[in-house]
Design a binder for this molecule. Structure first.
Ligand SMILES: Nc1ncnc2c1ncn2[C@@H]1O[C@H](COP(=O)(O)OP(=O)(O)O)[C@@H](O)[C@H]1O
Ligand SMILES: Cc1ncc(COP(=O)(O)O)c(N)n1
Length: 346
């Protein structure tokens, strides 16, 4: 969710992530310079917070082979086969369906594809939903969830799993049992409770069943408050909540600050006894539907690729920043629109 705020230039993530982005921008400028496009490249990089952005036409003009931006390149690289059999990295999302395509399963699968991973899915619920809100929710029977899980896990080598909307405690029990049995590697738990439009999508009792098995949990401020039973409405509250939640089981907790106002979107990461603030510019946009889903999905991809948690979280924050920036001028639906997952407008 967004409450306005000026957009500032600069890249998201921890300091090391910022440095990496700037370095890549430099590399980009250098290469395009050979084709005489330096100023155009600089302009675009400035317009997108200093992140590397290139148009296909410029690449062709500069004689540069079609390429992916940095956030996608490292994910896609292992999939290039060079004549040998190849197994794309496979991720599983366990979440609800959003008929509007902006959040839930649909957002997750787009993120996986955008970052070069193969997506599989287990549906927990079907929602009738668009950019204006949620009109209806149909939770699926726990047995149907079990059957989907069994089918996917029997056939694919899943490298990481993310959960979103679980719907009912009974469905959460099925998923928690699978985690307890060691079937859900690199588990990222996004404890979805209430859609930003206000509709209830889950209950605390359900997400609590899963948190002890999470490698990373990604509550927003409202979710962190609901789970800890204490208000979380500023940075100090986010730090306290992240530490309290981590004490209850997850290896790492990121309390996301999309809901808080200000010029920056600040997240608090706690794990291994260390608390880190992740600062990034706040994009001034109303199109924030599915930010939390996209963030947790991107973390799962990066964990599957072998990133340590802090690097995975930094890369995911950078990805969401780009996706938010790209969709700022989109007109899709009358409410809170989706993100630019594939960088079409970046
Ligand atoms: N307007 C924004 N500008 C930049 N980053 C944002 C914005 N809104 C959310 N984010 C980032 O998106 C990620 C998901 O956060 P959040 O929106 O709090 O999740 P949720 O959708 O669960 O409420 C976090 O990294 C957060 O900082
Ligand atoms: C199926 C589903 N899962 C998750 C969300 C949360 O997304 P948001 O916070 O953007 O409403 C949603 N609205 N629908």
């Amino acid at each position: 969710m967004c409450r306005g705020g000026r957009r500032r230039s600069g890249s998201a993530g921890r300091d090391h992530a910022s440095h990496r982005s700037r370095r890549n921008s430099g590399e980009l400028d250098q290469r395009i310079c050979q084709g005489g496009q330096l100023e155009a490249a600089r302009k675009r990089a400035r317009a997108h917070g200093g992140l590397p952005v290139r148009a296909a036409a410029d690449r062709a003009h500069a004689g540069i082979k079609p390429d992916r931006p940095e956030w996608a390149r490292s994910a896609a690289a292992p999939n290039r086969n060079q004549g040998k059999p190849v197994t794309p990295k496979t991720i599983l999302t366990i979440a609800g369906s959003d008929s509007g395509g902006g959040a839930g399963i649909q957002a997750d699968l787009k993120v996986f594809a955008a970052l070069g991973a193969y997506g599989t899915s287990v549906l927990t619920a079907v929602t009738a939903q668009n950019t204006r809100g949620v009109d209806a929710v149909l939770p699926l029977p726990p047995r149907t969830v079990t059957e989907q899980l069994d089918s996917v896990l029997a056939d694919f080598t899943v490298r990481a799993v993310k959960t979103g909307m679980l719907g009912t405690p009974a469905v959460a029990d099925v998923v928690a049992q699978a985690a307890r049995d060691g079937r859900l590697p690199q588990l990222v738990v996004d404890p979805v409770l209430v859609a930003t439009s206000g509709h209830r999508l889950g209950v605390v009792g359900a997400v609590e069943r899963l948190l002890p098995y999470a490698r990373v949990a990604t509550p927003n401020c409202a979710e962190a408050a609901a789970i800890t039973g204490r208000p979380v409405d500023d940075l100090a509250g986010m730090v306290v909540a992240a530490e309290a939640l981590a004490a209850g089981g997850p290896e790492h907790v990121v309390v996301t600050g999309g809901d808080l106002g200000g010029d920056e979107a600040v997240d608090v990461l706690h794990g291994g006894g260390v608390t880190t603030l992740l600062r990034g510019p706040r994009v001034d946009t109303r199109h924030t539907h599915g930010t939390g889903c996209s963030f947790s999905a991107a973390i799962a991809v990066r964990l599957a690729l072998g990133d340590p948690v802090p690097a995975a979280v930094g890369a995911a924050k950078e990805y969401v920043l780009r996706a938010l920036s790209g969709a700022r001028s989109w007109e899709l639906g009358a409410g809170r629109g989706p993100l630019d997952h594939f960088g079409w407008s970046a």
